[in-house]
Design a protein around this ligand. Structure first.
Ligand code: PHE
Length: 366
């Protein structure tokens, strides 16, 4: 028993002096581990006479409890010391200037596309995309522009030298209208979508760039007529320009893929050298500007897309996104959109925190 007392005192002393968690763990194993000396002593209890056991058991249990408590206490002390040391060295200098906020801005084209998605989502339209590298069947033929059609020449198409596996000529899409075909072919009817994206034409001056952006709209359902088209465009343009006095004029026009086709003009006036939409183009001081092309989807197109034209009808429209951005936010040179000039982006760009929402007003503050 004296021996036990000595070993225990030695152990307690060593534990109190343990410098780190590893040393402490070694001491724990030495005493309380499966092969530890305290555990070994506890095992001897089984072989003792009852009298002997009554006498020794409490002493051994007591030693085990004291050692376990000492280990726990030392562990806490080591942890506390470590934390205090960290707190003392890890200082935070609150007088340092805050880090710079991100400098990037959202490009007006992206902003306008987000605004369009928001407005049309509210009208129940889904957003669809299609490939920019298209084949001539989706870009032309299925849109009722056969090989020899003069409208193909009007599109100033960029062609690739290759053909795809079906022998179709590959090109950069000249408009977003092929997404009409892809959507009808893939999903059937009814359809209610917009399709924003890049389009390409070999053309370049202050109002034309070889790459620009369009948004296509397509509605296919039963008994759709021009009235639905006009209401939809009016509702969209009022929401987009955030003015109730937007006035449209529908003029007969021609596109191979719509019949009848209508060119849509919108009334505007010039205020401080800037074109501002609103009011009838026939009102004093006002004029009309051509804004977009649209019409009732040609029944040949519905057939090409694999739908039954006697059952399904609809309307489509296509509008330049860059032009919408210029009109709404007052830029006058389209080429600046694609220069990537940081000063232009800082001036006309939008904060990434300014997500357009209908409830907050889709036209976030520039
Ligand atoms: N795709 C036509 C263009 O790029 C626009 C358009 C789309 C016209 C849909 C009518 C219907 O000029």
């Amino acid at each position: 028993m004296d021996d036990l007392q000595t070993r225990k005192d030695d152990a307690l002393e060593a534990i109190a002096a343990a410098a780190n968690p590893d040393a402490l763990e070694a001491l724990r194993v030495e005493a309380l581990g499966k092969q530890g000396w305290v555990s070994q002593l506890l095992k001897t209890l089984g072989k003792m006479t009852p009298e002997e056991r009554t006498e020794k058991a409490p002493v051994i249990q007591q030693a085990r409890a004291e050692i376990a408590d000492a280990i726990a206490a030392r562990k806490q002390a080591i942890d506390d010391a470590e934390l205090n040391e960290r707190l003392a060295t890890e200082t935070l200098d609150l007088s340092l200037p805050a880090p710079e906020t991100p400098r990037g801005t959202v490009h007006p084209v992206s902003q306008v596309m987000d605004e369009l998605a928001e407005i049309f989502a509210d009208l129940g339209f889904a957003v669809k995309t299609g490939p920019e590298v298209e084949d001539d069947w989706h870009n032309f033929t299925a849109l009722n522009m056969p090989e020899s059609h003069p409208a193909r020449a009007m599109h100033d198409t960029f062609y690739f030298p290759d053909h795809d596996d079906d022998g179709r000529r590959m090109l950069l899409r000249t408009h977003t209208s092929p997404v009409q075909i892809r959507t009808m072919v893939n999903e059937g009817a009814p359809v209610r979508i917009i399709a924003p994206g890049r389009v390409y034409r070999s053309d370049s001056d202050a109002t034309h760039t070889p790459m620009f952006h369009q948004v296509e709209g397509l509605v296919i359902d039963r008994d759709i007529h021009l009235g639905h088209l006009k209401w939809t465009l009016e509702t969209f343009l009022k929401a987009f320009f955030e003015r109730d006095d937007i006035v449209l004029r529908l003029r007969p026009s021609y596109f191979p893929f719509t019949e009848p086709s209508v060119e849509v003009d919108v009334g505007f006036e010039v205020v401080k050298g800037r074109r501002v939409l609103g009011g009838s183009g026939d009102a004093p001081g006002h004029a009309w500007m051509e804004l977009l092309g649209s019409g009732m989807v040609n029944r040949r197109v519905i057939e090409f897309a694999g739908l039954e034209p006697d059952e399904w009808q609809g309307f489509a429209f296509g509008v330049g996104v860059d032009r919408l951005a210029m009109l709404k936010y007052g830029m006058d040179d389209l080429r600046a959109f694609f220069d990537g000039d940081i000063r232009w982006l800082q001036h006309y760009g939008f904060s990434p925190f300014d997500q357009p929402t209908l409830s907050a007003g889709v036209g976030a503050s520039a």
